[in-house]
Design a protein around this ligand. Sequence first.
Ligand code: SF4
Length: 285
Amino acid sequence: MPREREASAVGTERSELRADCGNCFALCCVALPFSASADFAVDKDAGRPCANLREDFRCGIHARLRREGFSGCTVFDCFGAGQKVSRVTFGGRDWRRDPRTARRMFAAFPVMRQLHELMWYLADALGRPRTRPLHRDLRRALDDVERLSLGSAEELVALDVAEVRRGVDELLSRAGELVRAAVPGPGRNHRRADLVGARLRGADLRGANLRGACLIAADLRGADLRNADLIGADFRDTDLRGADLTGSLFLTQAQLNAARGDEATRLSAGFTRPAHWRSAARGRG
Ligand code: SF4
């Protein structure tokens, strides 16, 4: 039962930390650079609009991003930083109609994304009954980071985000220990482990420490990842079909987007099953 309570609390706390593309001036499609690779079909410099971006800030190839070689766009998640910069920091002034704001806006966006990512993790930790001994510290840290996110564009750009992250990381690590300590099971330590291509089908990873683990193309089909600490774990092409990720700690939508999964993959409330999971299942059928 605690699992369900935790999941719903997290969903409420983190509702503002999800991308709302309809309220954003497509900042990820302009501000960020990308290099031609398996994830992007072309090179693009930071600050230059992607050639596929329409005048109305929508993607001209949205329905066929993966087919056209832009799978990286389907993985990226801004944690709600795009709409915050567009609507709050710049009060709804868009970079097309007011080009003078463009450079400042594009510089503020990556900073805001990092702050919102930290807020996502802090809200997750705060939503768990097991972390009650840390709730005051977590609440204060979340308020502090949120206050920073409400600064001006100049204040955001001048921020030492690495310093902010260092303070928060230690708190998140302690929160993770509290949650994992209460979980039955082996609770393995795979912190920063190289698990590329690892065969972990059906593994009992309840309460495991997978912080920063490299799980690229690992086989986690049917694995039990409930309450495992997944902060920073690399899930690119990881096979999560049938895996149970309910209550996984510090899981992000971007991690799910990068992985493979199916209808049998179990997720906490508030996460979206990526569209490519469904199309992959249809392809197999
Ligand atoms: S391909 Fe579409 S989603 Fe990707 S950067 Fe370009 S406009 Fe944005």
